[in-house]
Design a protein around this ligand. Structure first.
Ligand code: TXE
Length: 498
């Protein structure tokens, strides 16, 4: 922890970005200075756009949608742009990873890995652009033929959070583009750089002007105006459940825009006594500490069979203390800095609350002094009561609560005892146990004897209050389409008025 080997230098001064509307860069707005979470130095200057800027971006996206310069292309031509974008991302991977680290605080090696996944998303979406299709019915009688068409929804607003700024963007943008829709993106105010860099990439790849626009600024002003905007046809929002709820109200009070919501999680990690214990220990240590636990699918509730609980927690605590926490620019770092002051306070507040409520702190619970950044040691609480706040609330930090069970029914019951349903994981070598649990626990993403595995083929999204709709995969393109039924009559009409 004290030996820090930087492999990349910090920028000499903060990089100033413009915002991007209708294929052109704009500036002249007041700037928000972003400090690197891992170092506390200024790294970027991001425009605080106005609602007028947003309106112009929406108008540009509307024109680009209506003029058919994108929606009117063949799937093959759309795929061509997406594949070129993938190739450019491959060339610019290290640069994009660098800005992601500087604004978010995640480790550089992890950021590079995430961009590999982003490239795969573009390649996957290119495939779907070519194969997306509707349906037909020749069962309507001899004179009637039915076509079911998938048409792009239109102008999509995209609001993304700060925990995976580029990854979450790329789990959405290529799939939205594959559908033929146009986009106005609003990144989190604290992590806007890579969303802006994607505009350069897409322009270079040949995306027509107005198809991808980026307006930066606060959620309260720009985000809220997007949710209320009468000319945005669909809004994809990823963030807190509270803001997700406000988007539902805003959509209802404006134009009933279609919503895709990926919200919070309190994800169970269920371990049976017959599991490969060492693998499960490693996976849960990873699942709660990855991205400092600022991860919507983080394994934040350990539900472990009582007969192995003591041994499991002891092995887990030992592993958690060996995670390499440090400078996000250090190639060896596994866990970096907490992204914002507010999130840091939230996490420390939950740790204090857990102690107050009487849970047993097994390891962690402290801040770490590294450089000028914000760091929290991976934390394990045992003896957590199901009504405690740390058991129920999404902490969004490296804080794990452990619960014990005696029967499979009890394990399922504890796992489902949450308002959320984003992800879950079960560990057992018994196929019956694994299948029973994976069918009975209500979650949109499920892992058996693994955690956070996947690829852009697999859809993402939540049950219950974790959200609506699915992103990525074929489903993630279909989500941005709407169905039109076309009825074609031929032959002579049977007259109504004889
Ligand atoms: O999220 P917000 P915050 C959870 C996590 C975290 C908590 C708060 O529990 O502790 O949310 O984080 C934009 N209308 N998640 O406050 O505010 C904002 O600008 C429209 C889970 O940072 O939801 C940003 O772009 N948009 C989650 C985005 O919403 C608004 C990831 C997310 O910010 C808005 C992030 C408004 N009124 C946080 N207010 C996940 N599922 O991964 C803000 N925004």
């Amino acid at each position: 922890m004290d030996k820090i080997t930087k492999t990349a230098a910090l920028p000499e001064s903060a990089r100033e970005f413009g915002f991007y509307v209708d294929g052109a860069w704009r500036g002249g707005r007041p700037l928000f200075e972003r400090l690197s979470p891992g170092h506390g130095v200024p790294v970027t200057l991001i425009p605080k756009c106005t609602v007028e800027d947003l309106n112009e971006a929406v108008a540009a996206a509307r024109r680009a949608f209506e003029d058919r310069s994108w929606a009117g292309l063949s799937g093959a031509d759309r795929a061509g742009v997406l594949l070129r974008a993938a190739a450019i991302l491959r060339e610019r991977r290290d640069e994009i990873a660098y800005w992601e680290v500087l604004e978010n605080g995640k480790p550089i090696a992890q950021a590079r890995g995430e961009i590999e996944h982003c490239i795969a998303c573009f390649e996957m979406a290119a495939g779907v652009a070519r194969t997306l299709h509707g349906d037909s019915y020749n069962s309507l009688g001899d004179n009637l033929f039915g076509l079911v068409l998938r048409e792009p929804v239109g102008v999509v607003g995209l609001i993304t959070p700060w925990n995976f700024p580029f990854l979450l963007l790329c789990e959405r943008v290529p799939f939205i583009l594959a559908s033929g829709c146009t986009i106005v993106a609003k990144p989190s105010e604290v992590t806007s750089a890579t969303t802006l860099i994607l505009a350069e990439v897409l322009e270079q790849a040949g995306l027509p002007a107005g198809v991808y626009n980026v307006v930066t600024g606060s959620g309260r002003v720009i985000g809220q105006a997007m949710a209320e905007h009468p000319d945005i046809d669909m809004l994809s929002f990823t963030g807190s459940t509270a803001v997700g709820r406000s988007c539902v109200h805003a959509a209802a009070d404006s134009n009933f825009k279609k919503l895709g919501l990926e919200l919070g999680g309190k994800n169970p990690f269920i371990v049976f006594a017959d599991a490969n214990i060492d693998d499960a220990v490693d996976a849960v240590a990873f699942g709660i500490s990855f991205n400092t636990g600022q991860c919507c699918v983080s394994s934040s509730r350990l539900i472990v069979e009582r007969s192995i609980a003591a041994e499991f927690e002891q092995k887990l605590a030992e592993k958690m203390t060996r995670i390499r926490i440090g400078d996000p620019l250090d190639e060896e770092t596994q866990v970096g800095a907490i992204t914002t002051d507010a999130q840091n306070d939230t996490i420390l507040g939950f740790i204090a609350k857990g102690r107050e409520e009487g849970a047993t702190l097994v390891t962690g619970g402290t801040t770490l002094e590294i450089g000028g950044g914000r760091y929290i040691a991976p934390t394990l609480f045992s003896g957590v009561g199901r009504d405690m706040e740390i058991a129920r609330e999404e902490i969004f930090g490296p804080v794990l609560s452990s619960f014990h069970f005696d029967t499979i029914e009890e394990a399922i019951e504890i796992a489902n005892d949450t308002i959320y349903g984003l992800a879950a994981s079960v560990w057992s070598q018994n196929i019956e146990t694994a299948l029973t649990v994976s069918r009975r626990v209500r979650a949109g993403r499920f892992w058996v004897n693994t955690i956070m595995a996947g690829g852009p083929e697999m859809p993402l999204g939540g049950f219950k209050q974790s959200g609506w709709g699915r992103e990525a995969g074929v489903y993630g393109v279909e989500e941005y389409t709407q169905i039109k039924s076309v009825h074609i009559e031929f032959g002579n009409r049977a007259h109504w008025i004889k």
